[in-house]
Design a protein around this ligand. Structure first.
Ligand code: HEC
Ligand code: HEC
Length: 466
């Protein structure tokens, strides 16, 4: 398992920080100072960077490759820190700037709102975009916090934390996007910027917008005077600034939820939350933690609430999406059509990356196709998918069309471990009051918890709840 770059909570350590700085520094220098004579220190920075990349997971991977390709100057740690600070500030501006988009109306933040854990600000299943702001994508915008631990996509993942045995192949894991098709935030940012149904822009348009932006001189200051020489150089710098911004620990991985405070012994859970946690972990009840890891890793790092696995759980077809008006169209996740490299690999059809559940309560749309709009519905789906399938799938002539978004030949890909080990007539894995408690627990995963009261108040809260 990847180690968290910046550490977490009390585990925050300097080496981690340095890793970030080295990576970011090497990347900055590769971007802005191609004329530096100091090739030796460049190599040193690049090799530090790739050390950090192995620990940092997906976002770091491409950065270090960039860094390795370009020379870096010999800078002091303070200078490096200053560069990172400047580029982060630029990334912040870019993230909120709608002028980069084809319509002039859509920023990254329109779909990844900071008030919503950098997820969608509304309950739409999928956000609208494109030049006319009316194009519908096919997937829900994910929260983009806590992506720093996502490993690069691999078909055969060996996780020493999981079984205590690294020879166990836990299958396809990692990669950004719902289908794991992208291996760095850097490559990732290119997609919404140029996608027809998202920002609908182009490198030339983005470059022109940045040159005309109020922060243009700040941009030049951060990336060097040659950054405006070509659209390509400007566009690359934009992608790098966005990537560095998305690595700001205080914004993107603060580990400041009530559950983190609970794990650190600084908060108590209410009776309902605690019961929800038990049900979440219990292998015969929710069994949620088998995919959404809830315990600290062996190295002590905070739980990610995902094992990053790509898994098929048979989410119902969302008939409100424009793409689904075509009865022959299926979003099959890793085997396509959005993702092209695993096309024709039947064993990958219907699988999507398990999302982190940190801050999930700030979302109002759930699953890759945004079919559900409340956590109750989601947890009920897990509990009753197999005992009461008629509640979730269409019923035609008295027959339930189970797994209506996955052609039958791929059904063998579906998970059959609890809570998906039942049939009609069986008792659901969770009853209604247990579903409520699991939802109460999920609400403890929201960042920004401040234990406002001393111990006895917290106790009073426990007594008064339920
Ligand atoms: C119109 C809405 C929209 C806009 C604007 C948008 N995104 Fe996204 N973003 C999405 C959707 C939808 C996905 C998931 C796509 C998929 O899985 O195919 C996504 C995925 C991501 C991911 C990967 C998340 C994960 O869990 O793997 C990152 C990172 C990201 N976006 C960053 C950005 C950045 C940076 C910008 C601005 C340059 C941006 N997005 C603009 C909708 C948007
Ligand atoms: C077998 C692995 C697995 C198990 C067990 C599991 N999940 Fe999930 N979870 C996933 C995957 C994969 C997705 C994304 C599925 C998709 O969108 O197609 C997901 C999505 C979710 C989401 C939506 C998050 C979002 O951002 O849209 C929630 C909420 C959730 N799970 C909660 C739970 C709870 C609660 C349990 C236990 C009752 C549970 N999960 C058990 C794998 C699992």
């Amino acid at each position: 398992m990847w180690r968290d770059v910046a550490g977490s909570g009390s585990g925050r350590n300097c080496a981690g920080w340095l890793g970030v700085l080295c990576v970011s520094a090497a990347l900055l220098l590769a971007a802005c100072d191609a004329r530096s004579p100091q090739r030796e220190s460049a190599r040193a920075a690049a090799s530090d960077a790739s050390d950090a990349s192995r620990e940092g997971g997906v976002q770091m991977q491409k950065v270090s490759a960039d860094a390795a390709a370009g020379p870096a100057g010999g800078q002091t740690r303070a200078q490096v820190y200053e560069s990172v600070r400047k580029v982060t500030a630029i990334g912040n501006k870019l993230f909120f700037d709608p002028s980069l988009s084809g319509s002039g109306k859509l920023a990254c933040a329109s779909c990844h709102s900071p008030q919503h854990a950098f997820g969608p600000p509304n309950a739409l299943s999928v956000q609208l975009g494109g030049r006319d702001m009316r194009q519908q994508g096919m997937r829900a915008a994910p929260n983009i916090k806590y992506l720093q631990k996502v490993p690069s996509f691999t078909e055969h993942y060996h996780d020493s934390d999981d079984e205590g045995d690294e020879s166990v192949d836990v299958g396809p894991t990692g990669g950004l996007m719902w289908d794991g098709r992208v291996n760095s935030a850097h490559d990732q940012a290119r997609m919404p910027l140029t996608s027809a149904f998202e920002m609908g822009s182009s490198p030339a348009r983005v470059a022109a917008a940045v040159r005309a932006a109020p922060y243009a001189s700040q941009f030049r200051d951060a990336f060097g005077e040659h950054v405006f020489d070509s659209d390509d150089a400007t566009f690359k710098a934009v992608l790098q600034a966005l990537e560095v911004f998305e690595e700001s620990p205080e914004l993107f991985y603060p580990y400041s939820s009530k559950y983190d405070a609970f794990l650190a012994g600084r908060a108590q859970l209410t009776k309902a939350e605690l019961h929800g946690l038990q049900l979440f972990n219990d292998e015969t009840k929710g069994n949620c933690a088998s995919c959404h890891l809830s315990q600290r890793a062996r190295d002590g790092s905070a739980p990610a609430f995902t094992d990053f696995g790509l898994i098929a759980i048979g989410v119902p077809r969302n008939r409100s999406l424009a793409v689904n008006r075509d009865p022959h169209f299926y979003d099959l996740g890793a085997c396509g059509p959005e993702r092209a490299d695993l096309k024709g690999r039947d064993e990958y059809c219907g699988i999507f990356r398990t999302p982190s559940l940190r801050n999930v309560a700030l979302r109002r749309t759930f699953f890759h196709n945004g079919i559900y709009h409340s956590l109750d519905e989601v947890v009920r789906f897990y509990a009753q998918r197999d005992t009461n399938p008629e509640k979730f799938y269409p019923v035609v002539k008295g027959k339930v069309q189970k797994f209506d978004d996955l052609p039958r030949k791929y059904w063998t890909n579906l998970k059959t471990d609890p809570p998906f080990d039942r049939k009609p007539g069986d008792k659901p894995a969770l009853d209604e009051s247990e579903i409520k408690d699991v939802v109460a627990f999920l609400q403890t995963l929201t960042d920004g918890y401040h234990p406002e009261a001393p111990q006895q108040h917290a106790d009073a809260h426990i007594v008064s709840s339920k």
